[in-house]
Design a protein. Structure first.
Length: 198
């Protein structure tokens, strides 16, 4: 799929990509394959502070893989975003599997409370992506604003292969992902630097 670059075409592209991932017939197998790839990457990176997200609208759900990884790495910590809709900002707070969640803005589950955290490795949901690590989100810019000026945060976009976009214009606010993982491969700026994860 290829957008022309204007906002209307991006809106239509988002609609098409969300519909495509929600219609995947073998979602369980794809989820398992992407979970395995994510676990391999986490094993290679060994992050101490991971930021993640609660999946919506057919996104890849990283929580089962993260729960398994955190059980093997009890020194690592997990944080999830809370959305401040008025300020159009994300902030990350500590959370552990099994702790309560509430429904926040945009009907996304978020921690009911928690201590503020600054993840050093951030898992980012992608509506679509280009192989250089360019991410297409929902259009609100929350992750781009959060990542602006935080070059030290290692970013891992997560998507399904059907959501790869072959022509996607880089916009001034876009933040490139260090890696983008799908069930079929590894993309992004660091795709060649991690051995044995493909």
């Amino acid at each position: 799929m290829s957008p022309k670059g204007d906002q209307n075409s991006r809106t239509e592209l988002r609609r098409q990509l969300i519909a495509a991932r929600q219609a995947l017939p073998d979602l369980a197998q794809r989820q398992a394959a992407l979970s395995a790839r994510l676990l391999n990457v986490l094993d290679a990176l060994e992050p101490d502070d991971i930021g993640a997200y609660c999946a919506i609208r057919g996104e890849f759900d990283p929580m089962p893989a993260l729960a398994a990884w955190l059980a093997r790495h009890p020194g690592s910590r997990l944080a999830l975003p809370q959305v401040d809709r008025a300020a159009r900002q994300l902030r990350f707070v500590s959370w552990a599997p099994g702790e309560p969640l509430r429904i926040g803005p945009y009907d996304i589950a978020e921690p009911a409370d928690g201590e503020p955290r600054e993840p050093t490795t951030l898992l980012v949901p992608c509506v679509g992506f280009a192989d250089v690590g360019l991410r297409l989100g929902y259009g609100g810019g929350y992750y781009d604003r959060y990542l602006a000026g935080r070059e030290e945060v290692y970013t891992i976009g997560l998507s399904y292969a059907c959501c790869e976009v072959h022509e996607l214009d880089l916009q001034p606010h876009d933040q490139l992902m260090d890696l983008v993982l799908t069930e079929d491969g590894v993309f992004g700026l660091d795709a060649l630097s991690l051995d044995g994860i493909d």
